[in-house]
Design a protein around this ligand. Sequence first.
Ligand code: HEM
Length: 470
Amino acid sequence: MSLSLLGSLEKALLAGLALGLIATIIDYIRMLKLRQKLPPGPFPLPLVGNHFQTPSIRPWIEWEKWTEYYNSPMITLWIGRHPRIILNDAWTASDLLEKKSDIFSSRPRLILMGDVINATKTNQTTLPYGDRWRVHRKLILMEVVNFVVPGVFIMETLPFLSKLPSWLYKFPSQLSFGAACMWRYFYLLTEEGAKASEDNFSKILMNSQEKSGLTDVEVGGLAGNLIGGGVDTTSSTMISCVLAMCAFPDVQRKAQAEIDSVISADRSPTWEDLDTKLPYIVALVKEVLRWRSVAILAGIPHANTKDVEYKGYHFPAGTNMIGNLWAIHRNPRDFPDPDVFRPERFLNGLERPYPNAKGSNPFGWGRRQCSGQPFAEQGLLYSLTRLIWAFDLKAGLDNNQGKEVKLDIFAYTESENMRPEPFKARFIPRSEKIHRLVMEEAAVAREALRKYDGETKLTMEDASRNPAWV
Ligand code: HEM
């Protein structure tokens, strides 16, 4: 290579670097100016913001502390060049996400959970507020995954990484391909389900595909949301209840006393019993949803469709708003001794003022609130009542001395859909008669469900032969 060519390359490189530096400085000035109009928070660095200041494991615990440190119900966290507002207080979250729900019902731009897996314009949970979302909403459903936790994935901080060619950085294209296979897999399952003789949700979805013009990816997403949004959330809440019953035996005894006072010994609880006759149990289910809220960052962030001025702050349209339920549901002002499991907080009305009549927000806020809420609440009430009616739930025994193990009520998974770490528990039938009833009813249920027996032959391999791209 001639010396003059080397010289020109050097100059071009230097010019590129200088331009990059100038662009970074201008952008940093923009960030710092905007920062002055936003709630307090740690000082951001250029390009990466607070990426290195927020823990990647259970960040909600640290954010709760920041609210105290900055003496502010909301804090600003910069993920890359963009601010995220962490709402750590029920009243502030309600002012914005509930009272201004006509403005705060959209979703912000999400890289991993949206763009990279082709969900931004196709999945109910991430769709911006608008007509397409309404079509999905009518058909119900969610998929809460850990990609939503800010500060964990570098791609959320530096979105350009998702656009790099795959020979340079494989992760986005691998993720995108995996998602396309997954959407196809759920689509094929829906298609298969729609052929069954009984009525089912797959039939509704396949019919709507024609009527509403849903794409294969949208149908796959709606079907997958049922599993992603419905199964893990409900089962984790049930496990939290078992933990609470073992750790707070007095509450369990009160609940059983109430059930026993309403239900005779020779039958199990029914829907009719649940309606009005078991207020303590109803309060107990509310308390589980508050005590260890499964969707600890309230699902997916909200975003505003217009600029908003609030308490001297300015939130430009599209600001990413995250409700930190860990902080909100453990605020001692609203819930004294927050880690104590006490259904009385919700018995005979609310013990303390709260911005909504229900007294907590496990299902989120406003128009974007969980579309499976009634289904989840009824399912939990029914299943937990029957569980507490049937069994004495006690901590398990250790292997050596046969003593009860000590349970840790803070031992939860790192997932944003959190559930207790595995723990030992004993399910002891409360009487011989109850034991017999449970076995008899299980046999009847088994027969009733037999028509749904069967296993799909579809595999991910089938799906990967024809991935569903947008
Ligand atoms: C204990 C059970 C459940 C909890 C705690 C829960 C919690 C949540 C939360 C916090 C959100 C976000 C709300 C917001 O953005 O303000 C949400 C959204 C959603 N949930 Fe649930 N959920 C549960 C069960 C279910 C079930 C059983 C289904 C489906 C049958 C479901 C489907 C959805 C869907 C589709 C969305 C997205 C709504 C939208 O963006 O329009 N969830 N859920």
